[in-house]
Structure formats: structure tokens, C-alpha cells
Design a protein around this ligand. Structure first.
Ligand SMILES: Cc1ncc(COP(=O)(O)O)c(C=O)c1O
Length: 387
């Protein structure tokens, strides 16, 4: 079965008296045993649930993985991969990893005796400089947030493998429609299913997917132990979203490419960050590992006042956190996703106060371009007011 078909047909054969085409929502927390000799496949919803099981099977197949475990959030999924670490182990993070992942490593892991280092994922050989004999796990992502750089996944996993390091890759920004990192050598894929997987900004969830049976079982058991399970209704909503992932992503990719090309022609725009632009520094790497360049576009204006003016002037792009839903959003990283960092830390990561991030949705492209054109036209007026 191919990608779009898997979303509709894996683990979704009509069953029961009425054979519903859409798997029904099963809210029950507990399941009746036939007798004491047979343990039911599903007995309690913290451990497993019919809606969760379907979503796990579909998502595993779409990522070309064997085993998926679902969580109540993306962060719960990421912290589950950190349960593979024990006292004395060392973790390596890409230096532009998602802020929540960094917070977990910086604030909580040292208390459990786990140390960490970061490396520049744009320069895979810099990984060798931070590997220690006790390095157990490496986590990175692509495209990165919000600078949309595209590290070479194969090159990084090759170095990690040579040193026996388990690789974790956050595939939230690309989704399996654009990139399947297990095929590129990664050991564990993680998702904030809150984003493209669910796709409608109405569920918070997370997932891990792996081809390593032992790791898959460990993570599943960890979830059972800590109880970070998703609710049946959230799984039902996520599968409803996942069924249209292939066509949503086609549209996100097309709209984002058109938005990036439009912004690149605008005199008020200083720089556009989108891996689908031929002059993007990682365009060739992106072409070699992605099927599409994704729905996220960042751009820089000349001044902070101009960035604020544009963020506050769009009408279709809503000023809001998060990404990956069908509706277009604009975000101002210094006050939103990267607010907990100092200005110096943001600048080190290439996030100036003049930058905006767009999650380009599936609306009519003409409306999106008109909206941006209108917002860019507000710059001089707004700047005068701010002054
Ligand atoms: C790349 C990435 N990974 C992980 C997360 C965390 O996911 P959640 O908010 O579902 O816990 C986010 C959230 O924005 C994200 O953007």
C-alpha cells in the first residue's frame, strides 16, 4: 500500500454488526474479560485503547516503522525517549532543537545524573568533538525552528552509529508526507502530533516510532508506567486528521512555496528562509532527503518595528503560537516560541527581533498573498505610530 492509501486503510477494516467505515470512538476505560484464562488484548485505557491502537498502527506504517507509541503531548513523547538514559549517561542535542526539548535537558536531566552537550547540526563533523565515551543518545530535528535550516540526516546518523549512539529525530515540522527519517538511518522518530499529524489545531498529542523492537517495547512500557497516554477522543480526532495528511501536505507545500517566492520579491523583506528556494543554503540537502519542502516559512524585515507591524496587521494569518493546522498562522518568535531565551541566546541561534515565522495553511493562495501584501504595506504607517 502506498502513503495516502495507508492513512485510510491500515488497521481500519470495517468490523462488527454494522461495519462502520469510520472506526467508532471507544470511550470505555475498562474491558470485560471472557474468563481468567485469557488476558484480553486491551484491558485498561491507560495501557491501550482501540482508537489509540488504530492510530499507532497507521502512523507506524506511514513513517515506515514497526512500532508506534502515542502520548498525551509531543513533550511526553520526547521525554519518553530520554527514559533510555540512566545516571552517568551523556546526551547530545542539536543547538537549535525545539526549546521545550532543550529545557528538559538543561533543567531536569542533570538532577538525574545525565549530562548533555550541544552541537551544530549544520556541521555534522562537529558532532565528533562533543561525543564522550558515555554518550548514549542524540536528538535533532529538521527543518529547524524558526530558521528552517536542513541538517543532513544521513551524515549525522552515520557518525552516531559509528559510536553506538541512539538517534532521536523530531519529524514534527516535515511530517512523514515530506520525509521518513527511519529510512535515512534514524533510530526513533518523535512527533508533536498536535501539529501536521492531527492537522486541525484541536488536539495536543505526541508519538514515538521506531524499527527497533526492544526500544519500542521499552517506550511503550515507560508510557504505561508514567500514564502519559492520550485520550480515546484525542486519538479519534488525530486519526480523522491523519486520513487527509497526504492532500493537506501537498497544499501546505504548494502554498508555502508560493508565499516564499512572493516574499522574496518584496522590497520590505530583507531575507526569506524556506528550503524550497533555490538560494536556500540547504536546498540541495533538502532535495536529497525530503519529498516536499513543508509548510513553514520564516522571513526577516528591516526593523523590529516593521516585524511587529506585519505580525499585527495580517487578517488571514492569525497571530498565534503553534503550527501545522489547516489555518495560516503568523508568530513572533521573541515573544512566543523563543520567549524564554535571552536576546543574546536568540541571536546566537540566528533569530533576530526582525524575524517572523509563518505556518502556511491550506487557504486560497491569492488570499494569503493579498493578506501579506496588505500587512507589508502597513509598515511605514505603523512605524510612524511606534516612533
Ligand atoms: C518541533 C516540536 N517538537 C515538539 C513540540 C512539543 O509538542 P507538544 O506541544 O505537543 O508537547 C513542539 C511544539 O511546538 C515542536 O514544535
Amino acid at each position: 500500500m502506498r502513503f495516502a492509501t495507508k492513512a485510510l486503510r491500515v488497521a481500519q477494516t470495517p468490523e462488527g454488526t454494522y461495519r462502520p467505515v469510520v472506526p467508532p470512538l471507544v470511550q470505555s476505560t475498562t474491558y470485560a474479560w471472557n474468563n481468567l484464562d485469557e488476558i484480553p488484548e486491551i484491558d485498561y485505557t491507560r495501557c491501550q485503547n482501540p482508537n489509540r491502537k488504530i492510530l499507532e498502527e497507521v502512523l507506524a506504517s506511514m513513517e515506515n516503522g514497526l512500532r508506534c507509541t502515542l502520548f498525551s503531548s509531543g513533550m511526553a513523547a520526547i521525554s519518553a525517549t530520554f527514559s533510555l538514559l540512566q545516571q552517568g549517561d551523556h546526551l547530545i542535542l542539536a543547538n537549535d532543537i525545539y526549546g521545550g526539548t532543550f529545557r528538559l535537558a538543561e533543567k531536569y536531566l542533570p538532577r538525574q545524573g545525565v549530562s548533555f552537550s550541544s552541537f551544530d547540526a549544520q556541521n555534522p563533523s562537529s558532532l565528533e568533538d562533543v561525543i564522550q565515551p558515555n554518550t548514549k543518545l542524540l536528538i535533532f530535528e529538521s527543518p529547524t525552528n524558526p530558521t528552517l535550516r536542513v541538517p543532513d540526516i544521513r551524515a549525522i546518523t552515520e557518525i552516531a552509529k559509528k559510536h553506538g549512539i541512539i538517534t532521536v529525530f523530531d519529524n514534527t515540522f516535515a511530517s512523514p508526507a515530506n520525509q521518513t527519517p527511519l529510512d535515512l538511518g534514524v533510530d526513533i522518530v518523535v512527533h508533536s502530533t498536535t501539529k501536521y499529524i492531527s492537522g486541525h489545531s484541536d488536539v495536543v498529542g505526541g508519538a514515538t516510532i521506531t524499527n527497533n523492537a526492544e526500544i519500542g517495547e521499552w517506550i511503550y512500557e515507560w508510557n504505561k508506567a508514567i500514564g502519559a497516554n492520550p485520550s480515546p477522543f484525542d486519538c479519534w480526532l488525530s486519526i480523522r486528521g491523519l486520513r487527509t495528511l497526504a492532500c493537506r501536505i501537498d497544499r501546505h507545500n504548494q502554498n508555502a512555496q508560493a508565499v516564499a517566492e512572493f516574499l522574496a520579491t518584496q522590497p520590505a523583506v530583507k531575507r526569506v528562509h524556506y528550503p524550497g528556494l533555490p538560494d536556500h543554503p540547504d536546498h540541495e540537502v533538502a532535495k536529497s532527503q525530503m519529498r516536499g519542502f513543508g509548510g513553514m516559512v520564516s522571513f526577516e524585515l528591516e526593523t523590529e518595528a516593521a516585524a511587529r507591524a506585519v505580525a499585527e496587521s495580517t487578517r488571514i494569518f492569525l497571530l498565534a503560537e503553534s503550527l501545522g493546522g489547516v489555518e495560516s498562522l503568523v508568530a513572533y518568535p521573541p515573544l512566543m516560541s523563543h520567549a524564554t531565551m535571552t536576546e543574546e541566546q536568540r541571536l546566537e541561534r540566528g533569530i533576530p527581533p526582525t524575524m517572523l515565522r509563518l505556518s502556511v495553511g491550506v487557504e486560497d493562495i491569492e488570499d494569503l498573498l493579498e493578506d501579506l501584501q496588505h500587512a507589508l504595506a502597513q509598515i511605514p504607517v505603523q512605524q510612524a505610530i511606534l516612533r
